[in-house]
Ligand binder design. Structure first.
Ligand code: FEO
Length: 422
């Protein structure tokens, strides 16, 4: 629309240069208010976030800068973006110096540029809590200027006033959020973040939330999911704040419909799964898979609509743990392998035990050829995870036969009954 304002004699290079100087379409920074900027970098190359979790849609690292009488940077970015990040900051603030680096979270996807910032702006004061500075020293350096804040402390930048609220274990011990009380923005760190790059749209009203929802949830369940009680405490703690915008360190900035994200965080972190069953199996030659198929079919006959069947060797635990947060039932089967669990099932169960979601119903089954080991270890898992076991374990030797088919049907019936509240 605004292109019509330009004289037609503008050559295209001049136009591009003008637009760039005016920051009309800079891909890395933009105003979220008149004097608060988003600085965000799309990582489209990394395959595994934290070298564990698949990010087929990439991930963004978001930082923010408030330009006031004092200038404050809120978190930094992952180290591979340092050069662009420093250039972009200079484009925003020119020759001015940054007064404060507020560190909401020290994980290196956000603190990766910390050392570069301190080197370029040697007078900068690092702002964090006691736990923050232990990480700073262990990872990078002993800071020369620091401001150690306690929960609830404030810092004035001029017309902007920052309040610090600690939210430990969302996602690390030092994590806190920073609340800017003039424009009522919460700089939330990992909380309310998402996997997925920002493909042009930065704000929630600029994107299709239906496309982002699976990645918002997978970010929560994979990264923060272990800390649901802490997330619940954080939500209660932040509830009294008058919040107009939530600015996380990954994914979209929430400004139009805060309820959308707050409602989902509350549901996911309160262990409130929907009726449905996740069936996972580890199978070499198809016998354990055949057992899973019987269970799935019987559940469908019993009216269960949400059934997800996964081969543990094919689907990454990231997606399975995500569905475990969605659905109340979990039925797992393992072939015996080297007298133990099938390795991909073993890996999945280790991750489930570590994240330890609550409020689930469990069923177990397996298969063996000579000495077993699958079901034996599934029983150990059942004892450790403490989910309600809905039926006895079912174990077949070789191909699936009538007697155990009937037991698998009974297992599925027991799960369906429990889900129906019978
Ligand atoms: Fe995005 Fe816990 O770091």
């Amino acid at each position: 629309m605004f292109l019509g304002m330009f004289n037609v004699s503008f050559c295209s290079n001049s136009l591009i240069s003008y637009l760039r100087n005016k920051n009309f379409y800079n891909m890395h920074y933009l105003n979220i208010t008149d004097d608060i900027y988003f600085l965000g970098y799309n990582d489209r190359r990394t395959h595994l976030f934290e070298n564990i979790w698949p990010v087929p849609n990439g991930v963004s690292y978001n930082s923010y800068i408030i330009v006031d009488e004092k200038i404050a940077l809120i978190d930094t970015v992952e180290r591979s973006f340092i050069d662009e990040y420093l250039d972009n900051i200079e484009e925003i603030i020119g020759e001015r110096k940054i007064d404060y680096l507020v560190i909401n979270h020290m994980e290196p996807d956000h603190s990766g540029a910390l050392k570069a910032i301190v080197q370029k702006y040697p007078g900068i004061t690092l702002v964090g809590n006691k736990k923050t500075f232990a990480f700073v020293e262990n990872y990078y350096m002993k800071p020369e200027q620091l401001l150690m804040i306690s929960d609830g402390d404030s810092l004035s930048l001029g017309k902007h006033n920052l309040q610090f609220h600690t939210i430990p274990m969302v996602h690390w011990p030092e994590t806190m959020v920073t609340y800017e009380d003039t424009r009522k923005i919460v700089f939330s760190g990992d909380a309310f973040g998402s996997f997925g790059t920002l493909d042009g749209g930065v704000f929630d009203d600029e994107i299709d939330l239906d496309l982002y929802e699976p990645e918002v949830m997978r970010y929560f369940t994979n990264i923060v999911g272990k800390y649901c009680p802490h997330t619940q405490r954080a939500l209660k703690k932040l509830a009294p704040l008058d919040i107009k915008m939530i600015a996380p360190t990954h994914g979209p900035v929430w400004r139009s419909d805060l309820e959308w994200i707050l409602k989902r965080y509350n549901k996911w972190s309160s262990y409130d799964p929907d009726p449905g069953v996740v069936i996972v199996y580890g199978s070499m030659y198809g016998h354990t898979q055949a057992m899973a198929e019987v269970i799935a079919r019987r559940l469908a006959v019993r009216g269960i609509k949400n059934i997800r069947v996964y081969d543990a060797s094919k689907t990454h635990p990231s997606y399975i743990i995500n569905d475990i947060f969605k659905y109340k039932g979990f039925i797992v089967g393992s072939a015996a392998y080297n007298n133990s669990l099938f390795p991909t099932v073993d890996n999945l169960l280790t991750i489930i035990k570590d994240i330890s979601p609550k409020n689930h119903l469990l069923g177990i089954f397996g298969n063996f050829s000579w000495s077993g080991g699958g079901v034996k270890n599934l029983k150990v898992f059942a004892e450790e995870i403490k989910w309600e076991l809905v039926y006895d374990s079912v174990e077949e030797k070789g191909s699936l036969k009538r007697e155990n088919t009937d037991k698998l049907i009974s297992l599925a019936d027991a799960m369906a009954d429990k889900l129906a509240g019978a």
